[in-house]
Design a protein around this ligand. Structure first.
Ligand SMILES: Nc1ncnc2c1ncn2[C@@H]1O[C@H](COP(=O)(O)OP(=O)(O)O)[C@@H](O)[C@H]1O
Ligand SMILES: [Mg+2]
Length: 86
């Protein structure tokens, strides 16, 4: 018997988007604005998700990272985090 996840891949629970330990800090002059702080999320294939939060909470920053329009920081002294799309 074929497991349901193989027969219906779009309902698979395996993540299509995986974020591991994402960090993002903007600098406004000398002032550091930490927007994403070690964020880890799995988005399963076939799921519908809503990203909610007040203005300035980092929604666009997160979506830009997932879409590949932006990258996690490449600070060699810290883990940059991983954003991947299956
Ligand atoms: N390019 C940028 N340079 C400096 N600060 C930024 C930049 N983009 C966003 N920010 C700051 O990062 C925070 C999160 O912004 P944003 O991701 O646009 O939030 P949201 O989409 O939830 O309103 C805000 O404090 C915003 O001012
Ligand atoms: Mg926004």
């Amino acid at each position: 018997m074929i497991p349901a996840t193989e027969a219906t891949p779009y309902r698979s629970a395996s993540p299509i988007i995986r974020l591991v330990g994402i960090e993002k800090t903007y600098f406004r002059g000398d002032e550091a604005v930490k927007v994403l702080d070690k964020l880890s999320i799995d988005i399963p294939a076939g799921s519908y998700e809503a990203l909610m939060g007040p203005s300035g909470s980092g929604k666009s920053t997160l979506l830009n990272l997932i879409a590949g329009l932006d990258r996690p920081p490449r600070d060699p002294s810290r883990s940059p985090g991983i954003a991947s799309i299956a």
